[in-house]
Design a protein around this ligand. Structure first.
Ligand code: 1BN
Ligand code: ZN
Length: 384
């Protein structure tokens, strides 16, 4: 049913057309004839691609980015069609400059690989040897002279006594006044220190996600003459001490975020923050991100809009759930915030906080979806 353009033309068109409708890419289609009747639609592995009713027999249409990678290369197109395609591509390329964040899909495989390396450190509970290695790993990801890395070290008053904790903040300056903060926690649970809990999804996956986002931001800003992002500054925060030391409560959890939100409240930094997006447990192979009801409504809508751009609606916000997490200290201080979390991990959430939380339950595909939506959310926030 579907003929796709040759790989070369498809990638040219992909780059060009993504300027017009980010996340939607062109595919060549043949109109489907059913019982001699022209339906005007072509099927693409479960997706209906709408082809204009009066289009020629072979035409092109836009498909959600996600589906394009699933479309097999059935047959090379005839040279004449290929040449016509090149002409269209050239014409469109000269009209539309490529936007920074919609050139191609996010590199979820890279995020996965960071996560794999991070989880391989082993358990990362505060006061343990893996935690020190995790800190060293994070320091090693950022270029000492180039990247603006801040270590926010403090002593938390926990149920097991005073504990030294370390948040990591990486800043990518932008030209627009204001800051977008992306966060995750990176440590694992102290109470699970004896069960080889590596938190592949709970901590490692979203650490990998933010590290791959850092690569993307670094690439974007290093292309610019002034080394700045086009829009708001973006700060990445790797929180420590999210997990409870004994049992989750408001006072025994989120130590790193409570500390940083209080500090940024005192010194006025919170006033600069346009939005705070928290990522938690969204490496899950079986991705279904809940609508977290403590989150700021307009920001949830913006993220939903970003997901829709890529045809990712089914992964986002199908059910509602209230979660206490690292976004709450920011919500409580009036910072627009969202917890992007999937608390449905394994059958009946049975992998959550167990030794089953391993890298085989995490996928590069889910991290691609997350990264696409985070990058598009930044773009939408910059336009607001
Ligand atoms: C997320 C990952 N959380 C802990 N690890 C937050 C949470 C709080 C999850 C309460 C479930 C219940
Ligand atoms: Zn957890």
């Amino acid at each position: 049913m579907i003929s796709s353009v040759s790989r070369r033309f498809r990638s040219q068109l992909k780059r060009t057309l993504s300027c017009i409708k980010p996340g939607w890419f062109p595919v060549w289609t043949k109109r489907v004839t059913s019982a001699g009747k022209d339906s005007g639609r072509a099927l693409c592995q479960g997706t209906t691609l709408v082809v204009p009713q009066n289009s020629a027999k072979v035409s092109w249409a836009l498909a959600p980015a996600e589906k394009v990678s699933q479309i097999p290369l059935v047959q090379p197109l005839r040279t004449a069609i290929g040449k016509a395609c090149a002409v269209i591509t050239l014409a469109l390329t000269s009209l539309a400059p490529l936007p920074l964040f919609s050139q191609s899909h996010f590199d979820g495989a890279k995020a996965y690989d960071y996560a794999r390396q991070f989880a391989a450190i082993g358990p990362r509970w505060p006061t343990g040897p893996g935690h020190i290695k995790a800190e060293e790993f994070l320091r090693g990801q950022f270029l000492p002279k180039h990247d603006q890395l801040e270590e926010d070290s403090f002593t938390a008053d926990t149920p097991i006594g005073p504990v030294a904790l370390h948040n990591f903040i990486v800043r990518f300056p932008g030209r627009k006044p204001g800051v977008i903060v992306l966060g995750t926690h990176y440590e694992t649970n102290y109470p699970l220190r004896n069960i080889n809990f590596v938190g592949a999804n709970d901590g490692a996956a979203t650490t990998g996600l933010l590290l791959a986002i850092a690569d993307r931001l670094r690439a974007g800003s290093s292309q610019a003459r002034d080394k700045k992002l086009d829009g708001y500054s973006v700060w990445l925060v790797f929180f420590d001490g999210e997990e409870a030391f004994q049992s989750w409560s408001r006072s025994d959890s989120t130590f790193g975020s409570r500390h940083l939100a209080a500090r940024w409240g005192r010194d006025g930094t919170l006033n600069q923050i346009k939005a705070f997006l928290l990522a938690d447990m969204i490496g899950d192979k079986d991705l279904d991100i809940q609508r977290e009801t403590n989150s700021t409504a307009w920001l949830v809508s913006l993220v939903a809009q970003a997901a829709k751009t890529f045809g990712y609606q089914r992964y986002f916000f199908q059910t509602d759930m209230a979660v206490e997490d690292d976004h709450l200290p920011f919500v409580e201080r009036g910072v627009p915030s969202i917890d992007i979390i999937d608390l449905d991990y394994g059958p009946n959430n049975s992998y959550h906080h167990t030794a089953q939380d391993t890298m085989d339950k995490v996928s590069a595909h889910s991290l691609t979806i997350d990264g696409d939506v985070f990058m598009e959310s930044i773009r939408l926030l910059d336009q607001r």
